[in-house]
Design a protein around this ligand. Structure first.
Ligand code: CA
Length: 225
């Protein structure tokens, strides 16, 4: 059973979201402020964090930063308005997705299910990818770049693997967005740009293998000098 931690100070919203997730079969933990959320996170094996930004005690940004220091757990932010700077900061801090309030709980649930759907490894696929000094172990979901293990968030990992599995093919932004977030994804494509920047940064010099195809999308190119 997947364990979700919901950190949200508005009681009605917290309880509503908790109800939807437990009805879907998740084990649910809730916290009404950032500190309680961090304490629960440290004490349990959490599979998904739903995190409100405007929180008492410790705000959502600080919670996000501290959780990322401990783990690459998938995380969805709840933002009060579709403030572009807020969402970009969220992605810089390693959030996988965000939902703008007010939202329908089933939309949030669909986004969460989507994150897990991507992590299920189909049997017929290869267990690892080894290209250009980047080694991906798909069973352990780990990435080693020239001998050094690099931590990728859930979404960054999905983007990297999808590009590497389709090397030398142009993947349109739309294709990537549908693969990562599903058809119901309502965000604009700045989300993808922000995650792509993180992926390249984490690959360091190897980031050059991900090339931008102007006005179209991205491509993993093996032969990049
Ligand atoms: Ca709040």
């Amino acid at each position: 059973m997947k364990k979700v931690l919901i950190i949200e100070d508005e009681e009605i919203l917290r309880e509503t979201v908790a109800y939807y997730f437990s009805h879907e079969g998740y084990e649910v933990l809730t916290a009404e402020d950032g500190q309680i959320g961090l304490d629960l996170f440290a004490a349990h094996e959490i599979d998904l964090v739903i995190l409100d930004i405007m929180l008492p005690a410790v705000d959502g940004w600080s919670v996000c930063r501290r959780i990322r220091k401990m783990s690459n757990v998938p995380g969805i932010l709840l933002t009060a308005r579709s403030d572009e700077e807020d969402t970009l900061l969220g992605f810089e801090l390693g959030a996988d997705d965000y939902v703008t309030k007010p939202f329908k709980p089933n939309i949030l649930l669909a986004r969460a299910n989507r994150l897990f759907k991507n992590s299920i490894q189909p049997r017929h696929q290869q267990d690892s990818i080894d290209l250009c000094g980047i080694y991906v172990d798909k069973l352990a979901r780990t990435v080693v770049v020239e001998g050094t293990k690099i931590d990728f968030t859930h979404t960054e990992y999905e983007i990297l693997v999808f590009l590497m599995e389709h090397k030398e093919q142009v993947l349109t932004r739309e294709t990537l967005i549908i693969h990562i977030w599903g058809y119901d994804y309502g965000g604009d494509d700045k989300t993808l740009t922000a995650h792509m920047r993180n992926v390249r940064l984490k690959l360091g010099e190897k980031g050059k293998h991900i090339t931008t195809v102007i006005r179209t999308g991205y491509k993993f190119e093996v032969d990049q000098k």
